[in-house]
Design a protein. Sequence first.
Length: 275
Amino acid sequence: MKKIRTTLAVAGTALAMAVPLIGATSAPAFAASRDGSCDDGEFCYYYNSNEAGSVSDFTGSMSDLGATQPSCYEFKGAGNGQGVCVKNNAASVWNRTDKTVRVYFNSGFGGASQDFAPGEKGNLNSTLKNNNASHQFLGGGGSSTGSQSATDDFDHRSRGFADDNCTAFAAYRIASRLGVPDFNNFWGGVTWGDAHSWASAARSAGVTVNTTPTVGAIAVNTVHKKGHVAYVNAVYSDGSFDVEEYNWNHDLAYGTRSHLHVSSEDLEFQYMLHF
């Protein structure tokens, strides 16, 4: 049995707010229905293995569970762990929703993950036990296998790439959502350069490169002019995907495209990078 950690909730400080949208990246906001009881329609974390200890219940995706009080999501139910921040402290879950829920190692729906089907109970695996940072409700409309809301949150730092180009935007998303806060043009001991070289640079840096689109992957086009990179924010059951990008449809500005494919075509993408 784990010992209760020293960070405790300050009673009465959490204000009730609406459930955040999928893919939101702002600081945690507390949902009105969170009461420390795992009710029908909720996804619940438990402090101990085998659905034991204090409970923290959710009705939607959370991109960052928060690491410190008073801004973190805490275990609210009675029992071991009550008042402790959920991030990096959960051991098991119960998915009482009608959607598959994916638990991630990193904030922003990044890193290693574990899926829990509707109705499934289970312990977090050895990678994610006490190392959980975000979770995502998958599906929607029967055709999507995962999605994040599209938003232009770019901080406009170049990170060694050309200002407001596709590479700079992709570098921002890698740094802000995929658990690589120091990512830049020379990360991993290689020069990433123009977009057409990103697949080879990723291989040299030890990043997984394949042709399987997933939410959070960086899509790479190696054949269009100097190439192009974009952030995958939705994947569909037919294998198509949506992207967010800079400097494609709009010069040096944000845009989105939907239902693209991994293809040799000039206007599609040839590779996926998985950080």
